[in-house]
Design a protein. Sequence first.
Length: 178
Amino acid sequence: MNVINQEIFLRKLKQHWFFIAATVMICGDWIVVRTQGVDRPRLMEAAVLGDLALIMPLLYFVCYRSKGKAAIIRACALSCSAIWLCGYIIPQAHHYLLNSLSWMRYLGMAVLTVLEIKLILMLWRTIFKSNLSAEDVATEVAAKADMPLWAARLMTLEARFWRSIWLTLKRLTGRGDQ
């Protein structure tokens, strides 16, 4: 690797250190659960749940705290996903806390789904009401929603398609002149 590539790699590593920490944490928990004797299954389950459902989302938030609300929402989604992942890491026979916490995963996912739908509706309203070019709308949507530009372009393309269908239907039914 030349010096420039090393600098870029190190800069990216400093920005996104969470992924390395999460990988080490998940693999470490999996190895410990699979290789250690199960003397205290409840303690093991609590430790794995604490690592994945509490500490890992906290590390995510610390790494990406500059993103504000988006980091909080993603950390909550990560916590819900971690409860699900714990169900696969911890053997079925040792699900004590997981059985009593599974409702939290569903509640969290429902809240996150409502937030996503609200975000999508907001973006679609922006796209439907806008008379800007498709590229300008995609740039605005990407900035508002903190999403990649390619995803915003696809959403813009789809919304423009449905907008043209809507306007065509309005013209065909005679309501376009009102």
